[in-house]
Ligand binder design. Sequence first.
Ligand SMILES: C[S@@+](CC[C@H](N)C(=O)[O-])C[C@H]1O[C@@H](n2cnc3c(N)ncnc32)[C@H](O)[C@@H]1O
Length: 264
Amino acid sequence: MTLSTPSFTAVTDLFHRVSGIRLSDAKRSLVTGRLQKLAAEAGIPDLDRYVEHVVAGRDADETRRVIDRLTTNETYFFREPQHFDLLADLARKPRHGATFRVWSAASSSGEEAFSIAMVLAEHIGPRGWEVVGTDLSTAMVDSARRALFPIDRVRDTPTALVKKYCLRGQGDYQGQVLMAKELRQNMRFDQANLTEALPDIGLFDVIFLRNVLIYFDPPSKAKIVRRVIEKLKPGALLFTGHAESLSGQDVGLRASRPAVYERN
Ligand SMILES: C[S@@+](CC[C@H](N)C(=O)[O-])C[C@H]1O[C@@H](n2cnc3c(N)ncnc32)[C@H](O)[C@@H]1O
């Protein structure tokens, strides 16, 4: 099954309108592959007809499935570990009763948010902290809320943390781990689009905005950063992916170390 040029343009325009991300022609075979499965599941195996159906906008569920499928959700526990070392230092500082709040602003299936939670539980304890995870993709938000991961996903997580916070599944859950209630009770996951007005989620001590800016052009990236940093408490930090430098961007931030920013 092939995807004609007008259909490729129509579906990538739709994706751009919703997510803010422009998929170039170099992504055509990836887009085709991802749509083929959805089209077959929807019972419309002809890709051009399937795209026509989706862009007509009358089937909100199918549109959501396409947006979910076209986002890149790659993530893993303790990715870019320097940020977690710094997080541990910050968490150990006295807070005079204030809740230490962290936002994973493109949380994908939750590995980043649960890594943050393990660090905070270790250094603060069972209470006194909160992690909010948000993502554009509702499928990813649902997956993060389940808090279940294949056991090999925690392979590179420090053993002491796995023993304490990752409960080995049995029976139907063999081969999976469930993240401990001690973490989950301080966490929540919601859908949020970084290219739109953000939900009222309060202010944060640290915001992880990692490996998502890379998909945006410089003006969209600057708009997202300006919107996100409104959610920083005074003196709080923004973490970006190490491949996502904000240098040269006039967004009201100064770099305090690689991929770590403070608000001016
Ligand atoms: C590659 S993952 C990064 C996950 C995690 N932050 C990490 O560093 O491992 C990028 C995530 O950004 C999300 N995303 C893409 N566009 C978005 C948008 N406009 N608003 C919110 N999330 C978005 C995708 O759904 C995906 O889950």
